[in-house]
Write a protein that binds this ligand. Structure first.
Ligand SMILES: [Zn+2]
Length: 243
């Protein structure tokens, strides 16, 4: 394993490992882009280009969210960068920085350095855009910010930032809806009315129970929607036959 500069985002602490003989490619692990395989030709071409924010963002999205093993060659740039949900507005980019720093345990202890090579994590495409993102974050008071001599900004999440990150990462945290999954058998009506519903009423929470008995595509989407909007779910397995 060799320490290299990531050909895509230009971070200097990426590592590279040659793929087995006969394959003109290597496996790169980069803290920004995650892990990907890249052909020799694509490696050289990318190394000669400036920071490729879009491709870096696309690789990370594909690898971490889609669990896809990304192989870059000199022809598949378009294919790899299409169909990705990029943050576009300054607010979306700032929110993404907040989510990343909030979820990163190390950043909590040491702070997070939003420097030129780290800007690709949020699809921040220029120095001008970076300045706008920082200005917005500063106005929102999400971070305690300090500038270092190299032009980087060290971010530590503070009160308002923690609160806002919680609300965007766990939007149902303050929902008063609770999804109830249980058999609709009449014999269990009392369990629901006198037990579950009563307890929820006392806690000022609203049960969400799908009443219809026939299952079809429409009911499945209603169930999924109900679960997505609920803070948590109560499941009673009575009458559930294991297959
Ligand atoms: Zn990289």
């Amino acid at each position: 394993m060799e320490i290299i500069q990531c050909p895509i985002c230009k971070r200097t602490d990426a590592t590279q490992k040659q793929c087995p003989e006969g394959r003109d490619s290597s496996k790169v692990h980069c803290p920004n882009c995650s892990t990907y395989e890249i052909s020799g030709t694509a490696f050289v071409t990318q190394s000669n280009k400036s920071q490729n924010t879009r491709l870096s963002f696309a690789i990370r999205e594909r690898t971490t969210n889609g669990k896809e093993y990304v192989k870059i060659n000199s022809e598949n740039y378009k294919q790899l960068t299409e169909g990705i949900d990029y943050p576009i507005t300054i607010k979306e980019k700032a929110e993404l920085v907040l989510k990343i720093v909030f979820k990163d345990e190390k950043a909590f202890i040491h702070g997070f350095d939003l420097n030129d090579t780290n800007r690709v994590i949020s699809n921040i495409e220029s120095a001008d855009e970076m300045a706008k993102v920082i200005r917005l974050m500063d106005g929102k008071e999400w971070f305690d910010m300090t500038r270092d001599s190299k032009g980087g900004t060290l971010l530590s999440v503070i009160g308002k930032g923690k609160e806002y990150a919680g609300s965007i990462l766990f939007p149902t945290l303050n929902s008063d809806q609770i999804f109830v999954a249980m058999s609709l058998n009449e014999e269990l009506a009392g369990v629901y009315e006198e037990g579950i519903k009563k307890a929820l009423d006392e806690c000022r929470l609203t049960p969400c129970r799908i009443e219809r008995r026939e299952f079809n595509a429409e009911i499945t989407s209603k169930i999924l929607d109900g679960i997505t909007k609920s803070r948590f779910l109560i499941a009673d397995f009575t009458g559930h036959i294991l297959q």
